[in-house]
Write a protein that binds this ligand. Structure first.
Ligand code: GTP
Ligand code: MG
Length: 335
């Protein structure tokens, strides 16, 4: 009888696959937008090569990790191998060059936590932030993109979770909720832990890609085209995964004692990371380990107020997935 009830429940949730897929499709950026991004990058490449011949520009963040929404700003990293590079001077110089080449709203923010130059390209209408030597972000962007090539359900789940987080206003790090980067890691981790797994743990496999960045060795298996059938023995569908994801973060996760870790494809104890108490501003109320900077908790921005907001939103989402006749509409109702 339990099997029967389970099947009935599963069929019930699968009725919602089509509407969730429709939401996902509506969020994918159009091809022409990607073309415009390339056009802008080519222009920036030229300007930078003229001034700094040994520098290289990389896209990072959602415009390059395959989890980007339409009309996003683009994030660019200027990488230059020069031990005594003065970032502020370089950013001011770059701002000068951009202004004299007709870019608009050019602004050098040299005192920010991550110093950047902002600009708007009047030809494509795209806004862009350029930072210097933030190479780890370029590498973690590649990791996310590589994971997204393995099983299409990751991109579906992550788009839906990001869309939910933006609609419900829990994607604002300056207000103590989580970054998009953190949400995508939570999705990867959730799919690594399915049974059978939908995603492997690339950092536990024989590395085919390895770079050293700021003394951190970033190594993992990146021949992902070889893994295109990895998740196929798991037949869970998008509605089931959305349901399971929110159920996990509402009722299943042990916030007091555990850390989610994409690096190991497992759940770690807070004790082994020494994340059991508040250190400075890092409260470790929800712990998500950065895959490369392992001392870095992406939940560090969360405080005692925002953790309640987050958990209430996870519970709201889980309840909607359990009970609502039309979850794919209700889930994204603006906060
Ligand atoms: P949206 O702009 O919201 O669509 O998403 P995004 O993927 O651009 O995310 P976000 O703006 O949160 O971050 C941009 C990129 O910066 C991420 O893709 C990461 O590569 C990097 N990043 C963001 N936060 C951190 C962080 O705390 N640590 C590290 N190492 N990298 C980060
Ligand atoms: Mg971004």
């Amino acid at each position: 009888r339990n099997v029967k009830r389970y099947m009935a429940c599963r069929n019930d949730i699968r009725r919602h696959d089509a509407p969730f897929i429709a939401v996902y499709k509506s969020l994918i950026p159009a091809e022409e937008e990607l073309e415009k991004q390339k056009q802008l990058m080519a222009k920036l490449d030229n300007l930078v090569a003229n001034e700094w011949p040994n520098a290289k520009l990389y896209l990072y963040g959602s415009c390059a990790n395959s989890f980007g929404f339409p009309k996003s700003d683009i994030d660019v990293c200027l990488a230059i191998e020069d031990d005594d590079v003065n970032k502020s001077e370089m950013l001011l110089k770059l701002a000068d060059i951009l202004e004299s080449n007709d870019f608009q709203n050019v602004q050098a923010l040299t005192r920010a936590r991550v110093p950047i130059v902002k600009l708007m390209d009047p030809v494509t209408g795209i806004s862009c932030d350029i930072c210097i030597n933030n190479v780890l972000a370029v590498v973690n962007t590649k990791l996310l993109r590589d994971y997204s090539q393995i099983d299409g359900r990751l991109r579906q789940l992550a788009f839906i979770v990001k869309h939910w987080a933006k609609s419900r206003k829990v994607n604002e790090t300056y207000q103590g909720t989580l970054s998009s980067y953190a949400y995508v890691l939570m999705c990867i981790h959730y799919l690594q832990l399915r049974s059978p797994p939908i995603l492997p743990c690339l950092q536990e496999m024989e590395p085919t890609y390895s770079v050293r960045v700021d003394n951190i060795r970033c190594a993992y298996f990146d021949n992902v085209e070889r893994l295109s059938t990895f998740g196929s023995s798991n037949r869970e569908t998008i509605a089931e995964l959305v349901w399971g994801f929110f159920n996990y973060w509402a009722y299943g996760h042990d916030y007091a004692n555990t850390v989610v870790s994409v690096r190991t494809g497992s759940i770690l104890g807070k004790r082994e990371k020494d994340w059991t108490r508040r250190v400075g501003n890092d409260r470790h109320l929800i712990c998500i380990e950065d895959p490369f900077e392992t001392s870095h908790d992406l939940g560090r921005v969360v405080d005692k107020f925002s953790i309640r907001v987050l958990r209430e939103e996870f519970e709201r989402a889980a309840k909607i997935m359990h009970q609502d006749p039309n979850p794919s509409a209700k889930l994204f109702e603006p906060y």
